[in-house]
Design a protein around this ligand. Structure first.
Ligand code: SAM
Ligand code: SF4
Length: 335
């Protein structure tokens, strides 16, 4: 097919991609039930994964093609031995650099974040109750993470907290999460539970956008203000009247935001995923190691991105295990 794109990273539906999420590792120091299968994931030899210079080289190509924002994710990006070197290398590129972390190690990286110009930090905080949090993460780092979040706020970073809302696990805490924004400039985001290989997904455990909003409006009648969303935002933002912070709902399942999607993903083993839900991937790392030009491979992958959720056009497709379970689990995609 002839490419009539107005930038190299435009797909056949006219969507321009300028945001790359790079997963630095599949490893993690937590074991969140919704992200990682109970049995863990099989760790492969180091040679399968991008080395520091390979991350930088592939990222540089994406930036040349039009990427203006890079978010580091994982697994847990900060468990990588060369996390500092990767951040320092990427900070030399003309991009906005951001990171998603579980928060366990962030206190060791405050100076690096500052010198690398990383201001936006997303941290998973799925419960404000120590026991529930530790049950979800199958570890006991609640206090450490809470104090690291306080540290980030004190150091004036732009902090967003993420909670995947699961019925019977943390759905009863939504109002507490919102109250957490009352006196702090924090943005709390509630994420609909998404299906991935091994996370035993079933939508009866999920809470959709409409249900979440109804719960919130019942608790705060006439006080929920809808905020203006930006064009490529994956979330719908709100604020309670008089509260300092804000909150948002990310409705990937019930109300996808594919029309304005500007995101691409690079997995830790160097594959481009043109959609979070795509089961197809394109290997850039092998091509790079064989000395091939990866530019054209990236352009082809972007061009062939499906219009909606990796081809899961209807809500019912989520319950089709053949479709949704072909995808990797989140720990190896990089959420
Ligand atoms: N370790 C970091 C963290 O926890 O933020 C970064 C990687 S994590 C895979 C990125 C995001 O994916 C987190 O916000 C996490 O809540 C989200 N996530 C993981 N599994 C999910 C699922 N099944 N449904 C919805 N969100 C999920
Ligand atoms: Fe680790 Fe983040 Fe997945 Fe939790 S959500 S297991 S912290 S990668």
């Amino acid at each position: 097919m002839e490419h009539k794109a107005n930038t190299p990273l435009t797909d056949q539906f006219g969507r321009v991609h300028n945001y790359l999420r790079i997963s630095l590792t599949e490893r993690c120091n937590l074991r969140c039930t919704y992200c990682m299968p109970a049995e863990g994931i099989v760790l492969r030899p180091k040679a399968h994964f991008m080395k520091t210079d390979e991350v930088l080289s592939i990222a540089e190509t994406f930036v040349r093609l039009g990427v203006t924002k890079i978010r580091l994710t994982g697994g847990e990006p900060l468990v990588r031995n060369d996390a500092k070197a990767v951040m320092q290398g990427l900070s030399k590129l003309p991009v906005e650099l951001a990171i998603s972390s579980n928060g366990v190690l962030v206190d060791q990286f405050i100076d690096t974040f500052k010198t690398c110009g990383i201001q936006s930090i997303n941290i998973s905080l799925d419960s404000l109750q120590e026991n529930t949090f530790n049950d979800i993460t199958r570890r006991s780092d609640f206090q450490k993470i809470k104090s690291n979040i306080d540290l980030l706020i004190q150091e004036k970073f732009h902090v967003k907290l993420n909670a995947v809302i699961i019925k019977g696990v943390n759905d009863q805490e939504i109002i507490d999460f919102i109250n957490f924004t009352k006196h702090q400039n924090i943005h709390y985001r509630f994420i609909e539970f998404m299906p991935f290989n091994g996370n035993r997904w079933d939508w009866s455990k999920g809470l959709g956008y409409a249900e979440m909003l109804q719960t919130i409006e019942t608790a705060f009648p006439g006080q929920v203000i809808k905020l203006q969303d930006k064009k490529n935002d994956t979330s719908k933002a709100f604020q309670i009247k008089g509260y300092q912070g804000t909150f948002a709902i990310i409705s990937t399942v019930t109300n996808p935001f594919c029309d304005t999607c500007n995101r691409l993903r690079l997995t830790a083993d160097g594959k481009i995923k043109n959609c979070l839900f795509s089961s197809g991937e394109t290997d850039l790392l092998t091509a790079l190691r064989e000395g091939n030009n990866i530019e054209q491979i990236i352009r082809e992958s972007v061009w062939h991105k499906k219009s909606v959720r990796g081809g899961m056009t209807h809500f019912d497709d989520f319950s089709n295990t053949e479709l949704n379970q072909q995808n990797r689990n989140m720990i190896s995609i990089g959420g």
